[in-house]
Design a protein around this ligand. Structure first.
Ligand SMILES: NC(=O)C1=CN([C@@H]2O[C@H](COP(=O)(O)OP(=O)(O)OC[C@H]3O[C@@H](n4cnc5c(N)ncnc54)[C@H](OP(=O)(O)O)[C@@H]3O)[C@@H](O)[C@H]2O)C=CC1
Ligand SMILES: CC(C)(CO)C(=O)C(=O)O
Length: 306
């Protein structure tokens, strides 16, 4: 199976790199700056589960794509989605499956409109990762789960083939027949984590240490009220797990959005928070999410003016 990973950033570099190290046929679609970095420093993964130094991996720019791929793993940020779609267009043929790893839900509509509903799979990742010096992939803590599936839950022949391609000992990959529900649940977790850690500019452990566990509780309830109104209330066991993680004393958990704010780079404020609030029906109050959205937008305004 020929796999094109769009974006060799934290997630694309991690999952694509692990697949490449396991002998899968992986090529990275990158832009010129990242291409130069990959040539200069190689693809480097630093992880508590084992480092990998992969040398310069197979990579190309959009204009060099000459045939469609079987599977495209899309690992850009939400704000780069339109550009990524333009870049990957020549790689999408009638049989190509597109597996997005982005947080949130809006990208599914955009991808289905661009490539047709049948091309698009659902996917989510639970992995704290970021880019370090020279573009090294820094995997910050053990989870590295990738969940994916057909959006309608069907067991298709292409899904069997993709499952085989993604199944390697170094990755925690699971196929789901309820991927849309799981993506909503992941969004609830992330939106809560982003709201509270970006508002407080600290980790869950720090917020809990100063008596702020209730902030997580209330923010999660706001997210879940919107998800419920949209037909995707979290399953009770998932709610319990999310609440425990979001109120855990000593936890170093924080959102990738906070890491982006600390680095002074673009944050997915619109994709993660604004899109969720856009779906809020009248009558549901979301004061914490509203504040978090304002905080994020002030950050983006300041960045634009800097
Ligand atoms: N990091 C994390 O801990 C987690 C992130 N996620 C989600 O995963 C998604 C990806 O995040 P993350 O990996 O952190 O982001 P990064 O910023 O680390 O990587 C994104 C990569 O996409 C590349 N890219 C953007 N547009 C194009 C294009 N047109 N062609 C080729 N490459 C392109 C960027 O390239 P360039 O270098 O040229 O800018 C960049 O390298 C986000 O939606 C995020 O919310 C989900 C779970 C955890
Ligand atoms: C919730 C978390 C940390 C899980 O991977 C995440 O998706 C993010 O911070 O973007």
């Amino acid at each position: 199976m020929r796999i094109l990973v769009v974006g060799a950033g934290a997630l694309g570099g991690y999952y694509g790199g692990r697949l490449l190290a396991a002998g899968r046929d992986v090529t990275f679609l990158v832009r010129p700056r990242r291409a130069a970095e990959l040539v200069r420093h190689g693809l480097v993964i630093r992880s508590p589960l084992g480092d990998a130094d992969l040398g310069t991996p197979p990579h190309l720019l959009s204009e060099a794509i000459d045939t469609p791929y079987d599977l495209i793993v899309l690992a850009c940020k939400g704000y780069d989605l339109d550009g990524a779609i333009r870049s990957m267009l020549p790689a999408v043929g009638p049989q190509t499956a597109v597996l997005p790893l982005l947080n949130g839900m809006h990208h599914l509509d955009v991808l289905r409109a661009a490539f047709g509903p049948a091309a698009v799979l659902g996917g989510l990742c639970v992995i704290p990762a970021t880019l370090g010096e020279g573009g090294a992939i820094l995997h910050l803590a053990p989870p590295q789960t990738l969940v994916w599936g057909e959006l309608d839950g069907a067991a298709t022949a292409r899904a069997d083939a993709i499952a085989a391609a993604l199944s390697i000992p170094t990755l925690d990959v699971r196929r789901s027949d309820a991927i849309v529900q799981e993506m909503w649940e992941k969004w609830m977790l992330l939106a809560t984590l982003a709201a509270v850690t970006c508002l407080m500019q600290g980790t869950i452990g720090e917020i809990v240490a100063v008596g702020g566990a209730d902030l997580s509780r209330r923010a999660l309830a706001e997210c879940e009220a919107i998800a419920g109104a949209c037909g995707h209330p979290p399953r009770p066991a998932v709610h319990d797990r999310m609440l425990a993680a979001l109120t855990e004393p000593g936890s170093t958990a924080h959102a990738s959005m906070l890491r982006d704010m600390r680095k002074g780079v673009a944050a997915e404020v619109e994709h993660v928070l604004a899109d969720l609030l856009r779906r809020r029906p009248d009558g549901i109050a979301t004061p914490i999410l509203d504040l978090a959205l304002l905080r994020g937008r002030v950050y983006e305004l300041q960045r634009a003016g800097a």
